[in-house]
Write a protein that binds this ligand. Structure first.
Ligand code: PLP
Length: 388
């Protein structure tokens, strides 16, 4: 059976050209970029070429890119780095209630260190209101961190408006752009961000490599101490193959993004429309228009997301639950709950995320298989019986 992968938001396959570009840096040009001999210099050149490519994709200068070990590390460096650096100035951080755990857990940690965190609500579409950001600012605010697009519901946040507000009062603004870099156009100057997080494995690069954009002049302390790599902002011998992979992925994204986004938007809309019209008692989660080109998040009432997922998997279709249960208590998705979904509906949600190699036939297959699975599960569901 041919498997269909529709979980590109979790991770993407590594692009064959990315793998090809990385390979020589394992055993041919394997030098340490800090070494002054020719092996070292080859590796250093490769790192700097990749830095240029990543910078170019987001409209930054290359010296503003710091390579990290993941998107999570980029988020940690942004939040902890600013918190440590500006501790004397204030202790208040503004974020949203729908951030990825990489930001939420870092905020929780900082909360325990004496920082005060404001978690802004979102509306039914998952949008943060820029006016709420404005109202939350105090004399003690040192950082605003709002994600560019949400990884579960796909909603794209009004980052430029928030950047405008942060800029007016001179407060640092960080955005977690892990789900958007390489998928939607990004210009750090238009967005007026000081800090922006990137993860390679979400844009057809390898896992375990990320980057943080740090606007020139932004005061940020390293939280990793050791050698002077990355201009003293992130110690540790550089992951050269990973960095080359991220650079190549960025180069491919810059070239292919417009067409890919057009194709994915069409496929996404086809899938949304097919589910909403083909299956009763369904609804779309997230913003209908201002959303990632590849994201479909739906609630299918009267069935459990997990059960649908397992049944889809048996049919070779790999998706994800909107309510990614992160613990044994089967907590529903904090994102969907923050958007106002009752727990029961949050548990009945599914996320399909499409990518470069998704075809019309893949979408058709989901639309052929899903109604039967839902009908079968609903026939056994006590909740469906009460609804009828
Ligand atoms: N931020 C967002 C929005 C994400 O979706 C993810 C990954 O799922 C991360 C951060 C973490 O990135 P990484 O897997 O590179 O640590």
């Amino acid at each position: 059976m041919n498997r269909i992968y529709l979980d590109y938001a979790a991770t993407t396959p590594t692009h064959p050209d990315v793998i090809k570009a990385m390979l020589p840096y394992f055993n041919e040009s394997f030098g340490n970029p800090s070494s002054i001999h020719s092996y070292g210099q080859e590796a250093r050149d490769a790192v700097e070429r990749s830095r240029n490519k990543v910078a170019s994709l987001i409209g930054a200068k290359s010296e503003e890119i710091v390579f990290t070990g993941s998107g999570t590390e980029a988020d940690n460096l942004a939040l902890q780095g600013v918190a440590i650096s500006l501790h004397g100035k204030g202790n208040h951080i503004i974020t949203s209630s729908i951030e990825h755990h990489a930001v939420l857990e870092t905020c929780k940690f900082l909360g325990k260190q004496g920082f005060s965190i404001t978690y802004l609500p979102v509306d039914g579409f998952g949008l943060v209101d820029p006016q709420d950001v404005k109202k939350a600012i105090t004399k003690k605010t040192i950082l605003i961190t709002i994600m560019h697009a949400n990884n579960e519901c796909g909603t794209i946040e009004p980052i430029t408006e928030i950047g405008e507000i942060a800029g007016e009062v001179g407060i640092y603004f960080h955005t977690d752009a892990v789900q958007t870099v390489g998928h939607v156009p990004i210009n750090v100057n238009k967005m007026k961000v000081n800090l922006l997080s990137i993860s390679a494995h979400k844009l057809y690069g390898p896992k375990g490599i990320g980057a943080l954009y740090i606007r020139r002049g932004t005061r940020i302390s390293p939280f990793m101490h050791g050698g002077g790599q990355e201009r003293g902002r992130r110690a540790g011998t550089e992951n050269v193959p990973g960095i080359v992979g991220l650079g190549t992925a960025a180069e491919i994204a810059e070239r292919e993004m417009p067409e890919e986004a057009r194709n994915l938007t069409a496929l996404r809309n086809q899938l949304i429309e097919g589910i909403l019209t083909g299956i009763e008692y369904t609804q779309l989660n997230g913003h209908p228009v201002t959303r990632l080109p590849n994201n479909v998040n739906v609630t299918i009432n009267y069935v459990e997301g997990e059960s649908v997922l397992l049944n889809l998997d048996l049919d070779g279709i790999c998706a994800s639950t909107g309510s990614a249960c992160s613990s044994e208590e089967q907590e529903p998705s904090h994102v969907l709950v923050a958007m106002g979904l009752p727990h029961l509906q949050a548990h009945s949600s599914l996320r399909f995320t499409l990518g470069k190699w998704t075809t019309d036939q893949d979408v058709d297959r989901v639309l052929n298989v899903l109604p039967g699975i839902v009908a079968k599960l609903r026939a056994m569901s006590p909740l469906m019986k009460t609804a009828n």
